[in-house]
Design a binder for this molecule. Structure first.
Ligand SMILES: [Zn+2]
Length: 531
């Protein structure tokens, strides 16, 4: 599969598009005014310890104090572990270290929480009030951005990603990304990394990221040297500022263009095209240092039209926010995202053509499996996903569609899992949530319908207005006149098909009713003004 990376930089935001064979596969957007803090390392100050919650508020120099839970704290020096516990811990670490590129590109750096590496029995877990006190200086890393009134979430289990590895200073294990399947390869990585760490006398743990698969020893070595250097710089900086009063940033996670060079580029990447001179220079410099093989494939795009217009990215992005996705065969998907889950409904087009119905349905479902897999990635939908394929009669067809879906999902960088096919033929699946979906990132609930997707009909609103006028007439005796201020569609109805009701009401209430169109109102908004 040939890949291209397009990097579009504007004063407001940076966007990275991954094209698979010329088609938009993934999109990453970072808006400059809300740059995330995830991955940043701070020397923070403990502001308050909350024994009841086993947590602490830590100042990291942001508008809100950040939150540190005891489970996210580096464990105390452990008692000699039993050997069977040891192996349990190892598998857990590996299971938790699905350090895929997209993970660290998105909102969740591959951090191994203290919970999974915990070796001491739960009852021995040290209480937070015995470990932290107000005013204490503490090295922390952000794992979740602050959101609304909630402060950022912190960990003391620092993790530093490089291209192929993640360094965990406070762990002591070598783990391998679960997406590397081959047992031989896992063993090789484990052996080589363990001995490399001894060579450079690096303390702590390492995770081999998915990108490390079949990467030669000298490349891994380069990565380790980079991480050793980075960790030294961080420790030195910590020493240097330890006596300062304020909380300070010690290490900042790379910007999106550099992260995408670190995490998204691989041997199949044919080109990296960047439309901004300054970022082009930064990326070239970074690539020369850390990802030299891509250096000559980095291109500065200066022509017209805009980079994302040339490759249809803008069009695809616009379509990726729509409910409906058209299929070539004439069928279509309807994608609905709610808080609890995403549902994808497959439909045939109206034209069935010359073939039999079962055949058309089968072909549409097969085509849908490709479109679904692509949309899941592009929209970055996560959590529970319910797929409603069109009913098929033949078991062989059902099996084919399911296996085609499974095949398509293997291309996904995020972990997916088909959990079951229900009696009604619904396919239930999950997809690992790595960051906000495209819709969550770019959209907000519609203010006209409050996110329901529907508004009350003009007729419903008319009847509401009638009831409201009757209530007003009962409550206030004085008004001689009612003025209805509403949306044009509602006023139209009041003056035409509802004119008789209005006349009846004027007679019943003994008052004159006049009308006024307010262009700023939505169809559901109205006012009744009393004179
Ligand atoms: Zn709406």
């Amino acid at each position: 599969m040939s890949e291209e990376l397009l990097i579009n930089v504007s004063p407001m935001e940076c966007r990275v598009a991954v094209l698979d064979n010329g088609v938009l596969g993934e999109i990453y957007i970072e808006r400059h005014h809300k740059l995330g803090l995830v991955g940043n390392i701070y020397l923070g100050t403990v502001v308050r310890v909350l024994p009841g919650m086993q947590a602490a508020f830590v100042d990291i120099g942001q508008s809100r104090t950040a939150f540190l839970h005891v489970n996210d704290m580096q464990r105390e020096p452990k008692p000699t572990p039993k050997s069977k516990n040891q192996s349990f811990v190892e598998t857990e670490v590996i299971a938790d270290s699905s350090a895929t590129p997209a993970d660290s590109l998105g909102m969740t750096p591959p951090i191994v929480s203290a919970q999974t590496t915990e070796i001491v029995p739960v009852s021995n877990k040290t209480l937070i009030q015995h470990r932290l006190h107000e005013g204490q200086r503490i090295l922390v890393q952000v794992t979740k951005d602050q959101l609304g009134s909630k402060g950022a979430r912190l960990t003391t289990n620092i993790s530093l990603p490089s291209r192929y590895l993640v360094y965990l200073p406070s762990s002591d294990h070598v783990g391998i990304s679960q997406r590397i399947d081959s047992e031989d390869e896992r063993t090789r990585l484990k052996t080589e990394l363990t001995s490399l760490m001894q060579t450079v006398s690096l303390k702590g743990g390492l995770i081999a990221r998915t990108a490390a698969e079949r990467v030669p020893l000298n490349k891994l070595e380069e990565d380790i040297y980079y991480l050793v250097q980075l960790w030294r710089t961080i420790c030195a900086r910590r020493q240097e500022i330890n006596h300062h009063q304020s909380s300070e940033l010690i290490y900042q996670e790379l910007s999106l263009p550099l992260r995408s060079i670190r995490d998204l580029v691989h041997a199949d990447t044919e080109k990296v095209i960047i439309d901004n001179a300054q970022v082009y220079e930064q990326v070239r410099y970074f690539a020369k240092e850390f990802v030299p093989f891509i250096y000559d494939r980095i291109v500065h795009y200066t022509a017209e039209p805009a980079l994302f217009d040339v490759h249809r990215v803008e069009d695809d992005l616009r379509d990726a926010l729509k409910r409906r996705v058209d299929l070539k065969s004439g069928g279509y998907l309807i994608i609905d995202q709610t808080e609890a889950m995403t549902t994808i409904d497959v439909n045939t087009g109206s034209f069935v053509g010359g073939r039999s119905l079962e055949d058309t349905v089968y072909k549409t479902n097969l085509e849908a499996t490709h479109a679904i897999a692509r949309q899941l990635r592009l929209r970055n939908l996560g959590g529970i996903i319910i797929l409603d394929f069109i009913d098929m009669l033949e078991q062989e067809h059902k099996d084919d569609v399911l296996s085609s879906l499974q095949q398509q999902l293997t291309e996904d960088y995020a972990k997916t899992n088909i959990t079951q096919v229900s009696e009604l033929g619904l396919v239930e699946m999950t997809r690992k949530r790595t960051r906000e979906s495209l819709g969550q990132q770019l959209c907000e609930p519609c203010s006209t319908c409050q996110g329901r997707g529907f508004v009350k009909t003009a007729e419903t609103v008319c009847f509401e207005i009638f009831r409201e006028m009757m209530r007003c007439a009962r409550t206030y005796n004085s008004p001689k006149k009612f003025t209805v201020v509403a949306h044009a569609a509602v006023i139209d109805l009041l003056l035409t098909s509802e004119a008789d009701t209005v006349a009846d009401l004027e007679y019943l209430l003994g008052r004159v009713i006049t009308f006024e169109v307010e262009n700023l109102y939505t169809q559901e908004q109205y006012d009744i003004v009393l004179d």
